[in-house]
Write a protein that binds this ligand. Sequence first.
Ligand code: 4AD
Ligand code: MG
Length: 462
Amino acid sequence: MKRKKVKKLLSSPRLGSNVLVKGWVRTKRENKNIIFIALNDGSTIKNIQIVVDTASFKEDMLKDITTGACLAVTGKLVESQGQGQSFEINAKSIEIYGKSDPETYPLQKKGHSMEFLREIAHLRFRTNTFGAVFRIRHAMAFAIHKYFNGKGFFYLHTPIITGSDAEGAGEMFHVTTMDLKNMPRNEDGSVDFRNDFFGKETNLTVSGQLEGELGALALGDIYTFGPTFRAENSNTPRHLAEFWMIEPEMSFYDLNDNMDLAEEFVKYLIKYALDNCHEDLEFLNNMIDKALIERLKFVLENEFVRITYTEAVSILSASGKKWEYQVGWGRDLQAEHERYLVEEHFKRPVILTDYPKEIKAFYMKQNDDGKTVRAMDVLFPGIGEIIGGSQREEQYDRLLDRIKEMKLPEKDLGWYLDARKFGTAPHSGFGLGFERLILFVTGMSNIRDVIPFPRTPKNAEF
Ligand code: 4AD
Ligand code: MG
């Protein structure tokens, strides 16, 4: 007999038929003659109830059916006699694939803290919460490709190992095969990378944008979707050292087109989740965040506010609030400022534009005022910055001046400058932090709980 996934079984039940299901025991209840097993196979948050007539099975085998054990069960699918489920399986045969010692299996019935579950991240997939989170994470990844494919964007695979620092912030992990205890040195004491694997200094990428731009300036519209790495020592519920980013890059888009795309894109993803992940969202809404579904709908139905950085600074200055970090033109906004704008002042997502050039990356297009750049940050309730992007500086001279001004390694950026030398074009793009999106869509509060195995300062377990 062919195995049926529980999701399929429940969505098109053939009552009276014999079925084979395989999964892990969530709970086992027993009375004198009958055992009830809640079996979960991960295909859905719903368990299938297995009803076992104890007289028909060996007692020894039944004893080994404990929480966490893995079973294959055949039996007849029938309407359930009890409450809480529509169908159940009357077991005819049971095979135990893997026992699970009840003394040491860490997932018992009582609720566990997120911190504890993080320590057993290898087993937390087996909880309702993490099952829901990772099914939704999958659905969002799928929807991202669906969205861009539908719009004629090409998925471009940009390198993970690179010699450049796309954001110019110096927060990179080195990649080397050299003996760390015995690094060859130049005369001035700096490391000599000529004999390293790539013959030069390399690192894990912080962003695929620069290479993405080169793709866009030939293919038209592209997007990347891959892992990115930041060696920033930020121990917060919003930062990971390894996270996934989606970076669309579009020829002939100005900043307004860029904002329109960003807003349409995240609304598409939220709608996709509401339409396709209903059971998991319902569960998270009940157990994790009672306002989740309402918040998702609210964001879907309301236009994002669009204001400049300068306007935002005025609002913050006039707010009468006591800030931990000072507000002033030219200073970067902190989480407390972003949250005030989104959660208290406007009470909806906000796109801030035209930041001072000193606090943004070298590649952003400069405005005529000589002070600001065509940047955009999309700020979300409970999250803060979910997207960062800009129109790109497409003029060769201006870009070169900026690279020199910021003392960036001009010789390493020759290929990037070439894109402005040969058939340059106005273009724009942005980066959506995948885990921040998943935080928003699931209502989870710590970014470590929306990626299977988080990498953060002092932590790279599993
Ligand atoms: O604002 P960022 O640094 O922008 C870029 O990397 C540009 N190259 C994007 C582009 O224009 N193509 O990062 C983009 C987004 C942020 O808004 C945030 O959502 C997420 O990536 N992000 C992080 N997510 C988790 N952990 C971190 N340490 C993150 N740093 C950025
Ligand atoms: Mg940013």
